[in-house]
Design a protein around this ligand. Structure first.
Ligand code: NAD
Length: 257
């Protein structure tokens, strides 16, 4: 066994949603650093996607930027087709696109609930479906969905029932898809980050909350986006060839308390 080679992604093609910012951006770059060519998908063609692609170019891998909304299944089918046309057969997918917001349960309007569910839960389903259709043809694939520890515990003080429910849904949907495709060489796993320093939760108005997040976490700090890369490479690569239907908590110990 050549253990380091287990993590080598040379010759692999990956698609990452939410690749213009935060966790998705850093994972897209990390996959490229391990040898993959990467299609980077986000909602808007802004600086974020160009920045991700620039980092991928800099490590000598091919980057493709794609503007699409994960709630639109036609755009996702087009994104997978373009990825395969430009980069080759799809073998790795990381679905990181997501949003977060809050409102007390008794005040939350149906529209706020539905918009978040459409992106965070249905968007993951539609992404996985489009990706798996290609991977099933290709005979192999690894899908990683970015869930959250909020799908396992209820964050103290955060009134975000829709977010928590969407992430619990992502974890269980990932296990369900893992079992549907287990005999066809498609692995599906999820990563559940704890509090991570990204634009989602480092806005200036959240400084006070950030300190609380840190003190509630056994490791007494938030994760950096870099700390989500190793887990993603593990699940994307042959290093995890016997893992499917796993939810990998990367939470600084949060869910132990
Ligand atoms: P982020 O806001 O930095 O990145 C999210 C990206 O998703 C953005 O680039 C955004 O444009 C994109 N996106 C949103 N809606 C989209 C849509 N409809 N179609 C296409 N792209 C869309 O946030 P992040 O913290 O990096 O979050 C990434 C994932 O990690 C999310 O699913 C989030 O729920 C999850 N997560 C984050 C944390 C955290 O503490 N930051 C913790 C646990 C889980």
């Amino acid at each position: 066994l050549n253990a380091p080679a287990l993590f080598d992604l040379s010759g692999r093609v990956a698609l990452v949603t939410g690749a213009g910012s935060g966790i998705g951006q850093r994972i897209a770059i990390g996959l490229a650093q391990c040898g993959a060519d990467v299609a980077c998908l986000d909602r808007r063609e802004d600086d974020g996607l160009a920045e991700t692609a620039g980092h991928i170019d800099a490590v000598g891998r091919k980057a493709l930027t794609i503007t699409a909304d994960v709630t639109d299944k036609g755009s996702l089918a087009d994104a997978v087709a373009k990825t395969e046309a430009d980069l080759g057969p799809l073998g790795i997918a990381v679905n990181a696109a997501g949003i977060a917001n809050a409102n007390p349960a008794e005040e939350m309007e149906e529209e706020q609930y539905q918009t978040l569910m459409d992106i965070n839960l249905k968007g993951v389903f539609l992404s996985c479906q489009a990706e798996a259709r290609a991977m099933l043809q290709n005979g192999k694939g690894s899908i990683i969905n970015i869930a959250s520890m909020s799908g396992v515990i209820v964050n103290r003080g955060l009134k975000q029932l829709h977010y928590n429910a969407s992430k619990a849904g992502v974890i269980h949907m990932s296990k369900s898809m893992a079992m549907e495709w287990v005999d066809r060489q498609i692995r599906v796993n999820s990563i559940s980050p704890g509090y991570t320093a990204t634009p989602m939760n480092t806005r200036p108005e959240m400084v006070h909350q950030t300190r609380e997040f840190e003190s509630q976490t056994p490791m007494q700090r938030m994760a950096t986006v870099d700390e989500m890369v190793g887990p993603a490479i593990f699940l994307a690569s042959d290093a995890s060839s016997y893992c499917t239907g796993v939810d990998l908590l990367v939470d600084g110990g949060f869910c132990c308390w």
